[in-house]
Design a protein around this ligand. Structure first.
Ligand code: FES
Ligand code: FES
Length: 164
């Protein structure tokens, strides 16, 4: 039985026919829609490499059935930059050396964007580490990742106060 869902992916509304109702959001993104920035690490909710935003909240896309997301807004790493302008979190990861091999980086960045929207981290590195603990990095780039999240938060706050 074919099942059709509507998703808005990186701002683009799409009607998608699912051949298999068991397909995960991760496999849909990577294999059907060719949005391969979202990575498959463990495929069982343990590494965070597949993190995307659904309706603004960070989730592990490997644990989410696409069929359950009809009508949702999905943001992947491909949807963060605006033209040539990087998102502040992307820019901060580059500035703070928040990666080595880069495999975990899209998930780290999406998780950081979600964390900032949650607004719980403040400027406490320990709290940032805790709130990013669902995102593993085999290269151990944790210090740079934490600095990048703090730096991105400062940038966004400064921009907010400039705009005020
Ligand atoms: Fe989804 Fe590891 S691939 S949590
Ligand atoms: Fe290599 Fe994180 S940068 S796994």
């Amino acid at each position: 039985m074919k099942l059709s869902i509507s998703l808005t992916i990186n701002g683009q509304p799409q009607e998608i026919a699912l051949d298999d109702p068991r397909v995960t959001l991760l496999d849909l993104l990577r294999e059907r829609l060719h949005l391969t920035g979202t990575k498959k690490g463990c495929d069982r909710g343990q590494c965070g490499a597949c993190t995307v935003l659904v309706d603004g909240r960070r989730i592990n896309s490997c644990l989410s059935l696409a069929a359950s997301l009809d009508g949702a807004q999905v943001t992947t790493i491909e949807g963060l930059a605006v033209g040539e302008a990087l998102h502040p979190v992307q820019a901060a990861f580059i500035e703070c050396d928040g990666f080595q091999c880069g495999f975990c980086t899209p998930g780290q960045i999406m998780s950081a964007v979600g964390l900032m929207a949650e607004g719980h981290a403040g400027d406490d590195p320990e709290r940032v580490r805790e709130l990013m603990s669902g995102n593993l990095c085999r290269c151990g780039a944790y210090q740079g990742i934490t600095e990048a999240v703090l730096e991105a938060q400062r940038t966004v706050l400064e921009k907010g106060s400039d705009a005020a």
